[in-house]
Design a protein around this ligand. Structure first.
Ligand code: GAL
Length: 732
């Protein structure tokens, strides 16, 4: 029988290339996922993570082999890995964004302790995508995703592909099962597939496989009473594929896959999910985080999907510019968030060996992720590269052969680009929406470097940043030939010196690097139906003198309410204001422009608190107040999770900010905040750390032992009158 062991724990790590003769004392104890170096929030160099490091693990086999094969499965190592097992050096795996497995059976001892060494080359190697020229993101380094140890019978299920067909009329399932024979003689078995919880009997067929080969069997199921996977109700099913020696004999291998019934199609006039046209509204996501690079454990990966769906309200994310964590995609399946996934790269195409790696990335990405209902489109071009007819004809054909159920795209930034794929995926930096030449057409990036904006920028810039997002989304909604628009980007990110604001950050996010919102985030958040959640955010610091010439007129409010009522001070009711349809005729929920003239503050006069109430169907549903007195009143500390797993690598975010009396962050508050951590875990991040735009975050990592983790934050420099605050986390 197959069995899989978590292999994340008890590694030894040294940030240099060491041979097996060097004693363990030269290493530190670590658990995975692991970054080869923890970095500051910004102002570091990409050279800092570029070195070869050594990971080592001593282990005895957790169970006897009993004739089985033993595979070590890496979900992702940045950017190249060479595994050595008890002195036997295996071939290098190049490419940091795709999984790989090594068969270590022939080199392990069943009785004695074994030594695995992984040399990880995290230099920006020009022979491996995305490198070769400049790249606007950092790859970071280390064994930054999960590792598993897997026992497999010599005859085992190599992969499965679950396809749902005719989901709107007579839903069917078609399953490809590849059976691999790693034994030395021809072998046969019965391949069975069944849907968990379905009344439909399992289907089966016999197969025989030559040694070293794999054979594909396709089986069909006709389930009854299935529910569709949709954005509001993402129903998932589980399929089991298993091998038996004969009909009704006990299984000796079993693989499960989660899947959903949905149809997804880009047509010339729009994108259709389950036959219903929906406008795609989305953001690009980089997988990187402050301090830990890309080494975010499952909880943080899942949290990002939740932020995109629940806080930013979008319906599609592009995994720019590479395949992202399986945990992230799993969560997208669970919550109903569509995904456009693409291969690694950035503008540059290398030589034939480089292209071969890129084609390998197409293959591994699709084989890894084609059972995810959330994934609706494959990106088979290097982001924003020039045309290359032969290369892209091949990647496109490869994608279609591996997955005939999904359309392909390939992101380019010129309209004349050769259209070889199914969907014209186009980065539109025209400050408008260019008329599609080819359809189906989707805008895969806009804004970004056209208008970098920081959480501590002057008010007018922050407003314009938000309005630029609103404008392009409005134009995308307006044009029936544009299926949607995916903004650049969700979160600020660390980058190379050739990009960004000089401190190695691209401030292109609608949220900052901590995933905390700028005002532009509320343009997206406010597009959800108010029955899902009411949203109201005024784009003002409500100061008398931050804008040029002072005051706050006009006041822009992002909201999904029918209208708002505005007061300045207790008694001064400015009136009722409705969505600005003149400016944004097509957005589901246009921001509201409040023109209040002198009521909005006049330079040299007194002014008072701002109060806004949002109404839906005549009922007040949400209120925002902003204090005229912007002196810091509260230090807040919020943990995303009340509990962590005591596994040595689980992490959660700790947001801290300084607010006015009503809880609005004060973007120009610059206090340094110090953290005391007691108990069952440790802090990840800079300590003390200064606020960035009145807000920031650090992370905590659980230890190995259950217990309570208590974190206290106190303002060190300014604002000493603020009370320290504490949170506790239960580490289980
Ligand atoms: C695009 C590129 C993105 C990012 C963006 C900034 O050209 O595809 O990765 O660099 O520009 O606006």
């Amino acid at each position: 029988m197959r069995s899989t062991h978590n292999f994340n724990r008890d590694w030894l790590y040294a940030p240099l290339e060491l041979t097996d003769t060097i004693p363990d004392a030269a290493f530190a104890s670590v658990d995975l996922p692991h970054t080869n170096i923890e970095l500051p929030y910004h102002n570091f160099d990409n050279g800092d993570y570029q070195f070869i490091s050594t990971y080592r693990k001593h282990f005895t086999l957790p169970e006897p082999l009993n004739g089985r094969r033993l595979h070590l499965v890496f979900d992702g190592v940045m950017i190249a890995a060479t595994v050595t097992v008890n002195g036997h050096r295996l071939d290098e795996h190049a490419g940091g964004y795709v999984p790989f497995a090594v068969d270590i059976t022939d080199y392990v001892s069943e009785t004695d302790e074994n030594l695995i060494t992984v040399h990880v080359d995290s230099t920006e190697r020009p022979d491996i995508p995305p490198y070769g020229y400049v790249v606007d993101y950092l790859t970071f380094g280390g064994i930054y995703r999960d590792v598993k140890l897997r026992y497999l019978e010599p005859l085992y299920i190599e992969k499965i592909f679950v396809r749902t067909l005719d989901v709107l009329t007579a839903p069917r399932v078609e399953v490809d099962v590849w059976v691999k024979n790693q034994g030395s003689a021809p072998a046969g078995c019965v391949v069975n597939v069944g849907m968990d919880g379905a009344e439909e009997p399992d289907q089966r067929e016999g197969v025989s496989v030559e040694p070293g080969e794999s054979a594909k069997i396709t089986l069909g199921l006709d389930p009854h009473g299935i529910q569709l996977w949709s954005l509001s109700d993402p129903v998932l099913y589980q399929l089991s594929a298993y091998l038996t020696q004969a009909d009704d004999a006990p299984e000796f291998d079993l693989v499960t896959a989660r899947f959903g019934f949905r149809s997804a199609e880009f047509k010339d006039d729009g994108f259709y999910l389950n036959g219903e046209k929906i406008q795609l509204i989305g953001l690009n996501r980089h997988q990187t985080y402050p301090y830990i690079g890309a080494a975010a454990p499952a909880r943080l990966q899942r949290k990002d999907a939740d932020i995109l769906k629940d806080e930013l309200g979008i319906n599609i994310v592009r995994t720019s510019h590479y395949p992202q964590s399986p945990h992230f995609l799993d969560r997208c399946d669970e919550i109903g968030l569509l995904v456009f996934e693409e291969i690694p790269g950035w503008q540059f195409i290398g030589d034939n060996d480089w292209k071969a790696l890129s084609s390998r990335d197409v293959e591994v990405m699709i084989e890894r992720d084609r059972n995810h209902p959330s994934v609706i489109l494959w990106g088979v071009r290097i982001n924003e590269s020039g045309d290359d007819q032969a290369f892209y004809t091949a990647t496109n054909a490869l994608a279609h052969s591996l997955d005939p159920t999904r359309q392909t795209g390939g992101v380019r930034f010129f309209l004349e680009s050769q259209f070889l794929e199914d969907v014209f995926t186009f980065n539109d930096f025209s400050k408008g929406v260019r008329e599609p030449v080819n359809t189906p057409h989707i805008i895969t990036e806009f804004n970004g470097h056209m208008f970098p904006t920081k959480t501590f920028d002057q008010e007018e810039r922050q407003i314009e940043h938000a309005e630029r997002h609103a404008l392009i989304q409005d134009l995308a909604f307006a044009n029936p030939r544009v299926t949607g628009a995916i903004g650049w980007c969700a979160f600020d990110y660390n980058t190379h010196r050739e990009f960004g604001s000089g401190d190695r950050i691209c401030y292109h996010g609608v949220s900052d690097m901590f995933r905390l919102p700028k005002w532009a985030a509320f343009v997206y958040a406010s597009q959800v139906d108010p029955s899902v959640r009411p949203v109201l955010q005024a784009f003002t610091l409500w100061t008398m003198g931050d804008r040029s010439e002072g005051g706050n007129d006009p006041l822009v409010v992002a909201t999904n309410c029918d209208y708002i009522e505005v007061w300045v001070g207790e008694d001064n009711h400015l009136g009722r204001f409705e969505p600005d349809r003149a400016k944004y005729p097509h957005l589901p929920h246009a921001p509201i422009t409040v023109v209040g003239g002198s009521q909005m503050g006049v330079w040299g006069r007194m002014y008072q608190d701002l109060r806004i109430i949002g109404y839906v169907n005549g009922q007040p549903v949400i209120e925002q107040m902003i204090a005229a007195d912007g002196i810091p009143q509260k230090l807040e500390l919020i943990a995303d999770d009340p509990e962590l797993n005591a596994d040595g690598s689980d992490m959660t975010r700790l947001v801290f900010r300084i607010t006015d009396v009503y809880g609005n962050r004060l973007p120009f508050a610059t206090a340094a905040v110090a953290f005391d951590v007691e108990g069952a875990g440790s802090l990840v991040g800079e300590n003390p750390f200064t606020l960035v735009g009145g807000q920031a975050a650090v992370y905590v990592r659980a230890g190995r032992n259950p217990g309570t983790l208590m974190i206290t934050a106190r303002s060190l420099t300014a604002y000493r009158h603020l009370q320290p605050v504490a949170v506790t986390i239960d580490v289980r």
